[in-house]
Design a binder for this molecule. Structure first.
Ligand code: PMP
Length: 360
């Protein structure tokens, strides 16, 4: 089979070792005689899979005991409404709008409470992140919301806003598990699985226990209350069993890689290789403010749409898949999550050199 490198923003590349293990276990998991897909979620075997996944995640992300880990369906997008429905108290929340997903979250929150944009990088076409030090947050806000890594634009907060006693809520979908994280800085954080965690189908929500309340937006459906998930260990109903099994495998893979410290080093080296190649090129440019560049999503352009299209087409022929930028911004974007091997970046950089020699 031809070697393919998959630069998709999500669903994204998974560790090969994990896929091989899943293949080996597909028909007969741990001598149960069945596939994990066929198992009752209430069975002992599956209970172990879920508990191990939770514990491994707690270990790798250093999640303190006063935080609950929840597995919720509906993607990261459902959190845009679950967050305001569950955290509402005074009926106010402050939003940083740094891209499309932050904007969607803000628009959704307006359905439930008085949501305010306290900072935005819209005027800079979302190529930067507002300076968190100069942002005024309402003292009676129920929470402050950020999208920590902006998948489409390739920006990342390098510092978190100091929200004092107000819970910080972060969409970490595209940066979670790429580097060590101080969970205690957040009231709640969530990540759609399909980037660094596993296949699509589940969102991991990590929430400080005191924020799990009975009193929520009135009315909040049972399935949209964090309390329902917390009280039933994410098993009030049938969870996405196979997806969670795969996430558990990825967590074990992360442990084997040396944890988040080792991954941060590897991810930074990978990103540096690509950013340096762009900086040194006379053809490619990265539109993102160097102070806020993501190490997971790297956008770049030639400045000429036709040439971008040619690059994307030829890259695909060379086995570099899904390098096209998001439809709303154009150009190219290489998503280089944990499971993208260094070879993938080296191959991309060599291809960029070659393309520049021919076309530059
Ligand atoms: N937030 C971010 C940062 C994302 O990148 C995405 C999509 N990739 C979403 C939210 C939406 O995720 P989902 O498709 O799981 O709802």
């Amino acid at each position: 089979m031809k070697q393919i490198y998959n630069f998709s923003a999500g669903p994204a590349v998974l560790p090969k070792e994990v896929l091989i293990q899943a293949k080996d276990e597909l028909l007969n998991y741990a001598n149960s005689g069945m596939s994990v897909m066929e198992m009752s979620h209430r069975s002992k075997v599956y209970e172990t899979i879920l508990q191990e996944a939770k514990q491994d995640l707690r270990d790798i992300a250093n999640i303190p005991d006063n935080y609950e880990i929840l597995f919720i369906q509906g993607g990261a997008s459902l959190q845009f409404s679950m967050v305001p429905m569950n955290l509402i108290k005074n009926g106010k929340a402050d939003y940083f709008v740094t891209g499309q997903f932050a904007k969607k979250a803000y628009e959704e929150a307006k359905l439930f409470l008085d949501a305010k944009v306290v900072a935005s990088s819209k005027e800079q076409n979302f190529t930067t992140i507002p300076d968190v030090a100069n942002v005024e947050i309402r003292e009676d806000a129920d929470y402050v919301y950020i999208c920590e890594n902006n998948t489409i634009y390739g920006t990342k907060f390098k510092e978190l806003p100091n929200t004092k006693d107000i819970p910080l809520v972060a969409d970490v979908s595209s940066c979670f598990l790429s580097e060590p994280i101080d969970i205690t800085k957040y009231g709640l954080l969530f990540a759609g699985a399909q980037k660094n965690i596993g296949p699509s189908g589940v969102c991991v929500v990590i929430i400080r226990k005191d924020l799990i309340r009975e009193e929520t937006f009135n009315p909040t459906p049972t399935m949209l209350k964090y309390k329902t998930y917390a009280d039933h260990d994410s098993m009030y109903n049938t969870p996405p069993t196979y997806t969670i099994y795969m996430c558990g495998k990825v967590f074990k893979w992360i442990k084997e890689q040396g944890g988040l410290v080792a991954l941060q080093k590897r991810n930074s080296d990978k990103a540096k290789l690509l950013y340096d190649a762009i900086e040194q090129s006379n053809l490619f440019k990265c539109p993102v403010d160097p102070n806020y560049r993501s190490i997971m999503n790297v956008p770049f352009v030639t400045g000429n749409e036709e040439l971008d299209a040619k690059f994307i087409k030829e890259a695909k022929e060379a086995g570099l898949e899904n390098i096209k930028g998001h439809r709303s911004v154009g150009g190219m974007r290489a998503s280089i999550y944990n499971a993208m091997p260094l070879d993938g970046i080296q191959t991309l950089v060599a291809f960029m050199h070659d393309f520049e020699e021919r076309e530059g």
